[in-house]
Design a protein around this ligand. Structure first.
Ligand SMILES: [Zn+2]
Length: 78
């Protein structure tokens, strides 16, 4: 594999895990997310169950491979 920027072949390929959360940060869900979930479970048990089953896209961890040039530091997805 060759770097797209500088043309060096000294490229390291690694797996990178990305936590996707479009609405709130990680700390929001750590401190407030559980409370909201609890309230939803109490008042909206059945709809919340369906959301939990089919809409579990709120926090999504996605792993992709990324190549990092050891020469110039340029990184891109493989
Ligand atoms: Zn490079």
């Amino acid at each position: 594999m060759v770097c797209h920027r500088c043309g060096s072949s000294n490229v390291n390929v690694q797996a990178v895990s990305v936590v996707r959360n479009k609405h709130h940060g990680l700390f929001y869900w750590l401190f407030f997310g559980w409370l909201i979930d609890l309230l939803l479970w109490i008042f909206l048990t059945i709809p919340r169950l369906l959301i939990a089953l089919f809409g579990s896209k709120r926090v999504k961890t996605k792993v992709h491979t990324e190549a990092v040039c050891q020469n110039c530091g340029y990184r891109w997805r493989v």
